[in-house]
Design a protein around this ligand. Structure first.
Ligand SMILES: [Zn+2]
Ligand SMILES: [Zn+2]
Length: 177
C-alpha cells in the first residue's frame, strides 16, 4: 500500500495538499488548504487516541480560517491519491447528507470541506450536529468494522468510541461552532 509521505494532489480539485503531522499518532493528515478544503485520511488514521491534541486543534483552526475558493468537482469519479484506485462515493448519513469518497483498495477516505459545512448548516444544536456526525460513521466501513449497526441497540455505547477516533474528532471539532 502506498503511504502518503509524499505530497499528494487533492482528488477533488487537483491542488497540492498540505500535510499536517500529528506527532502523537505518527501520521499526517492531508488537507487541501490551498484549494477546496477537502481532507484525505489514509487507512491508519482512524486509530484511536483519547486525549486532546493541540496539533489537531491547530489544524482545525487553520482549516476553518480560510476561504476555499476552489470548487471541487462533485460528479467526477475521484482517484485515490494514495494508491491510484477509483474511489466510491458513499452517502453516509441517515438522510444521505454526507458524501464521503472511500477507497476500497487501501482504505483511504476523502471528505469534502463543503460536506462538513453542509451538516453544520442543517443541524441547529451542538448535540444534533454531533449525533449527525456519529450517524455518518455508523454507515461507514469503519462503523461496520467496529461491529456497529443501528439495529444493534449498542449504538450509544459505541458512540463514545467513534467520537474518539481521529475521523470522529475532526468531524465533531469542525462542527463545534
Ligand atoms: Zn481540493
Ligand atoms: Zn487507495
Amino acid at each position: 500500500m502506498a503511504d502518503t509521505h509524499d505530497t499528494i494532489n487533492c482528488p477533488a480539485c487537483g491542488t497540492k495538499m498540505k500535510k499536517i503531522f500529528i506527532p502523537k499518532t505518527g501520521f499526517s493528515v492531508d488537507i487541501c488548504l490551498d484549494g477546496c478544503g477537502g481532507i484525505f485520511f489514509d487507512n491508519r488514521e482512524f486509530q484511536y487516541f483519547d486525549e486532546p491534541d493541540e496539533v489537531l486543534d491547530e489544524m482545525i483552526v487553520q482549516m476553518e480560517s480560510k476561504p476555499y475558493l476552489v470548487k471541487p468537482k462533485q460528479d467526477a469519479v475521484r482517484v485515490c491519491p494514495a494508491c491510484g484506485s477509483n474511489m466510491v462515493k458513499n452517502h453516509t448519513s441517515v438522510n444521505g447528507n454526507i458524501i464521503v469518497d472511500d477507497c476500497y483498495n487501501c482504505g483511504g477516505k476523502f471528505l469534502d470541506h463543503c460536506e462538513l459545512t453542509r451538516i453544520r448548516d442543517e443541524y441547529d444544536t451542538e448535540k444534533e450536529r454531533s449525533e449527525a456526525a456519529v450517524r455518518a460513521l455508523l454507515y461507514s466501513p469503519e462503523g461496520a468494522e467496529l461491529g456497529l449497526s443501528t439495529k444493534s441497540g449498542k449504538v450509544n455505547e459505541k458512540m463514545d468510541k467513534i467520537n474518539k477516533s481521529l475521523f470522529g474528532k475532526i468531524v465533531n471539532k469542525m462542527m463545534d461552532k
